[in-house]
Design a protein around this ligand. Structure first.
Ligand code: FAD
Length: 343
C-alpha cells in the first residue's frame, strides 16, 4: 500500500488553498479531485475581500482571475434600496483555482479525474492509500464527514448562469431580497469583466423550486448550473485521523451563502497546524486543536451569520421589519468597513 502523509479530498477553493499553503511550507501532499477540470460547481464568484482581520491578498499573490473590485452592494427590497459598503472582489473563479493549483504542484501532487469512492479504516478507495492525515475538502456531500461520523448540515440550493444584458449599474453588486422573487433566500446580479453572474437561491428547496422557473423566465442566461449549499452553523470538523475544511464542515457565512473567503482563512489556519504535526511525523496529532483554532479566529462570525439568518427568516415574519433590520445591519457593517479602510 502506498505510503503518504497527507491526502486532500476535493479540489475546490478549500482543498486547493490548503494545497497551496502546504506547498509554501514545503509539506508534500496528494490531492484528489473527481472532475477533470477546476470550478465545475457553480458559484457567484464574489469574494468578500476582508474578513476577521485577513485580506484575500494575504493568501493570493497574483492578479489572475481578479475581474472587478466592488465597494458597494445594493440590496433591492420592495420598500426601497439599501446600500452596503463592503469590499467584494468579483473573480473568474476558475482562473483563481488554476492559479492556486499552479502554486500547489510545486510541492505536491494533484490528481484530476480521481474520485475517492469511500474511506474504510483510514484507507482511501479505489486508490488504496492510507494517509496519516486525511483532509476532507469534498464539499456539501463530503464522504470524509461520513467517515468521521458527523451529521450532515442543512442544505439550501442555488442556481446561477452568465447573462449579458442586465439593467443594473455594473459598478455594484446587486441583491434582490423580495418574497415575490424568492422566499427564504435571494437573487443576485454580480458584475464581471464583460458579463454578469446572476442567480437565485433559497434556504428551503420547496421555495427554490417555486422561484427558479420565474427567474429563468425573466432573465436569460447562457447556461444554468445548480448546486447545494450548506446553510447551517458549522459542523464538528475533526474525527479519527481526518479534518474537514470548507463546505464539508459548513464553514460558510450562511446568511449570504458565502464560503470562498472563510474556506481560505480556515485552510490557512489548518496549514499552520499541519506544519507542526509534520515536524513530529504526524504522531499523537491532537486534531481538536484545529477546531479550536478556526473557531477562535472566525467561529463567532460564522455563528452570528447563521443566527442572523434564523432570526431574519424564521422569527421576523413581516417583510417591512426585515427591511428595517437589514437597514440597521448594513449601516453597522458599512461603518465597520469605512473605519477599516481608513486605517
Ligand atoms: C450557486 C452558488 C453560488 C455561490 N456564490 C458564492 C459567492 O458569490 N461567494 C462566496 O463566497 N460563496 C459562494 N457560494 C459558496 C461557495 O461556492 C462555497 O462555499 C465554496 O465553493 C466552498 O468551497 P469548497 O472547496 O469547500 O467546496 P466545493 O467548491 O464544493 O469543492 C469541493 C470539491 O471536491 C470535489 N469532490 C467532492 N467529493 C469528492 C470525492 N469523493 N473525490 C474527489 N473529489 C471530490 C468536488 O468535485 C469539488 O471540486 C456559492 C455557492 C453556490 C452553490
Amino acid at each position: 500500500m502506498e505510503k503518504i502523509d497527507i491526502a486532500i479530498i476535493g479540489g475546490g477553493i478549500a482543498g486547493l488553498s490548503l494545497a497551496k499553503f502546504l506547498a509554501e511550507r514545503g509539506i508534500p501532499f496528494i490531492l484528489f479531485e473527481e472532475h477533470t477540470d477546476f470550478f465545475m460547481k457553480p458559484c457567484g464568484e464574489g469574494i468578500t475581500q476582508k474578513i476577521a482581520g485577513y485580506d484575500f491578498f494575504d493568501f493570493y499573490d497574483s492578479k489572475k482571475g481578479i475581474e472587478k473590485e466592488i465597494w458597494e452592494t445594493i440590496i433591492h427590497t420592495k420598500y426601497g434600496k439599501i446600500s452596503l459598503e463592503m469590499p467584494v472582489l468579483m473573480t473568474d473563479k476558475k482562473a483563481i483555482e488554476e492559479e492556486l493549483a499552479k502554486k500547489a504542484i510545486k510541492q505536491g501532487e494533484i490528481k484530476m479525474g480521481e474520485k475517492v469512492d469511500k474511506i474504510v479504516n483510514g484507507i482511501l478507495y479505489p486508490q488504496e492509500i492510507k494517509p496519516k492525515l486525511i483532509v476532507g475538502a469534498d464539499g456539501a456531500f463530503s464522504i470524509t464527514r461520513k467517515y468521521i461520523g458527523v451529521k450532515p448540515p442543512h442544505l439550501g440550493v442555488a442556481v446561477d448562469g452568465y447573462a449579458k444584458n442586465v439593467d443594473y449599474d455594473a459598478d455594484n453588486c446587486h441583491i434582490i431580497l423580495d418574497k415575490q422573487v424568492v422566499n427564504y433566500g435571494y437573487a443576485w446580479f454580480f458584475p464581471k469583466k464583460d458579463r454578469w453572474n446572476i442567480g437565485v437561491g433559497s434556504y428551503k428547496i420547496k421555495y427554490f423550486k417555486q422561484a427558479f422557473p420565474r427567474f429563468k423566465e425573466n432573465y436569460k442566461a447562457e447556461k444554468w448550473k445548480g448546486a447545494y449549499i450548506p446553510l447551517d452553523k458549522p459542523t464538528k470538523s475533526y474525527g479519527k485521523n481526518a479534518i474537514l475544511i470548507g463546505d464539508s464542515a459548513a464553514q460558510i457565512y450562511s446568511a449570504l451563502g458565502a464560503g470562498n473567503m472563510s474556506s481560505m482563512i480556515i485552510a490557512n489556519l489548518a496549514a499552520e497546524l499541519i506544519e507542526k504535526f509534520a515536524k513530529r511525523d504526524f504522531r499523537n496529532m491532537d486534531l481538536s486543536l484545529y477546531e479550536k483554532k478556526w473557531k477562535k479566529v472566525i467561529g463567532k462570525y460564522l455563528r452570528y451569520s447563521y443566527l442572523t439568518t434564523k432570526i431574519f427568516f424564521s422569527i421576523v415574519k413581516s417583510e417591512y421589519l426585515r427591511y428595517k433590520l437589514l437597514q440597521k445591519m448594513c449601516k453597522d457593517t458599512t461603518q465597520y468597513y469605512r473605519k477599516l479602510m481608513k486605517k
